[in-house]
Design a protein around this ligand. Structure first.
Ligand code: TXA
Ligand code: MG
Length: 350
């Protein structure tokens, strides 16, 4: 398959014409990658089982791992879910935006799209390109992150093309994604509470202003044999670089001494460093490749760059990659969740 790369210019008429063509392709059952405020999504008509099946094939994704359906207006969810009050309150507070809500599904969503479950995950993206594309389609778009299964979600069209060139019909390039990590996912429970299935930009602290939140165990820990995954995606290894990633917790000097003691003189290592630690790291690890991971307290900057850096560092074929372990609160919980998975739980506390 020939993949058409569509670059958007800052010209409303041009954008409208190009997105109209993409919307037509989606209606014909084709695969179109589009930008969102979180990461790039690999879209197909959510109501077309054959089109949704193509998503699983293009990603190499197991067919029991359901897709999120994307709508242009929070109220459009009525066509696809049995509305509940919790959804309405969440929608009012956080949609459009980086929040996905799992509710009981209607039959309008084929089983292929929802991985055979009786629930479906709904999200209303705030990115203007995503929003206009869905509006022009006039149907929900099913879209997982546009990476091959097992690699970090793409936050730029270049990273999409590295995984998806030749596997999808169109890729819309609208520059880097704003947030850089996937949406927060919550499940609405019958008793009005929420279960957090995946942390993201909408934090637990923000959700708790609306309903009691239980954090699924897999968010901060590994699955143990016999555990049941609340979200099918939890049981699959994710965001995994080829090079082993180790997370280090402790003071800067301790971290730098540890890396020095672990690496032979000719070892090739990559290190994600908080910006203020770069001078000390340059001195302590003269042979290492250092990546600026943003200021220590700027979790949004770290979220924005994490997947980008993991992909770039992975291309260097290092012997090892090291990164600091974030604090699991606020947006830090989303960083923590993605990073412990990318590191396959290799964490050293110093
Ligand atoms: O930010 C995002 O959410 C991006 C953009 C493209 O919107 N999408 C995304 O989709 O991250 P995906 O497929 O890569 O991750 C969705 C996760 C999967 O782990 C899946 O198992 C879970 O959501 N999920 C989907 N439907 C579910 C359901 N009905 N119940 C529980 N988990 C569900
Ligand atoms: Mg994904």
């Amino acid at each position: 398959m020939q993949t058409e790369l569509i670059s958007l210019r800052a010209d409303a008429q041009d954008t409208y014409e190009k997105l109209s063509r993409c919307a037509r392709a989606l209606r014909e059952g084709k695969l179109v990658v589009f930008p969102t405020e979180t990461v790039y999504g690999l879209g197909a008509d959510a109501t077309n089982a054959l089109a949704a099946a193509k998503i699983y094939a293009a990603k190499g994704r197991p067919s029991d791992n359901p897709l999120i359906i994307h709508i242009a207006d929070p109220d459009d969810a009525r066509k696809y879910i049995y509305m509940n009050e919790t959804y309405q309150r969440l929608a009012q507070a956080f949609m459009p935006g980086p929040l996905t809500v799992v509710c009981e599904s209607r039959d309008t969503v084929p089983l292929t799209t929802r991985g055979g479950l009786d629930t479906v995950a709904v999200r209303c993206p705030s990115h203007p390109v995503a929003n206009l594309l869905i509006r022009l389609c006039d149907v929900a778009i099913a879209a997982p992150s546009a990476n091959r299964s097992g690699s970090p979600s793409p936050t730029s069209a270049r990273h999409v093309m590295e995984d998806m060139d030749g596997r999808v019909d169109m890729v819309i390039d609208a520059g880097p994604c704003d947030f850089g990590l996937e949406s927060t996912i919550v499940k609405t429970e019958k008793d009005g509470t929420l279960t957090l299935l995946r942390p993201g930009k909408i934090t637990v602290e923000q959700l708790e202003t609306l309903a009691p939140v239980r954090i699924a165990q897999a968010v901060t820990a590994s699955m143990r044999p016999g555990d049941v995954a609340l979200s099918p995606g939890m049981k699959y290894r994710h965001y995994a670089p080829q090079t082993p990633l180790t997370l280090l917790s402790g003071g800067t000097q301790k971290i730098l001494s540890y890396i020095r003691s672990e690496c032979t003189a000719d070892a090739r290592v990559g290190v994600l460093c908080y910006r203020e630690d770069l001078p000390a790291a340059r001195e302590a690890l003269p042979g290492a490749t250092l990546y600026d991971f943003g200021a220590r307290t700027d979790e949004s900057a770290q979220a924005h760059i994490l997947f980008y850096l993991l992909r770039e560092a992975d291309k260097e074929c290092f012997d090892a990659i090291y990164a600091p372990l974030p604090e699991p609160k606020g947006i830090g919980l989303a960083l923590y969740n993605r990073m412990i998975r990318a590191a396959a739980h290799r964490i050293v506390r110093l």
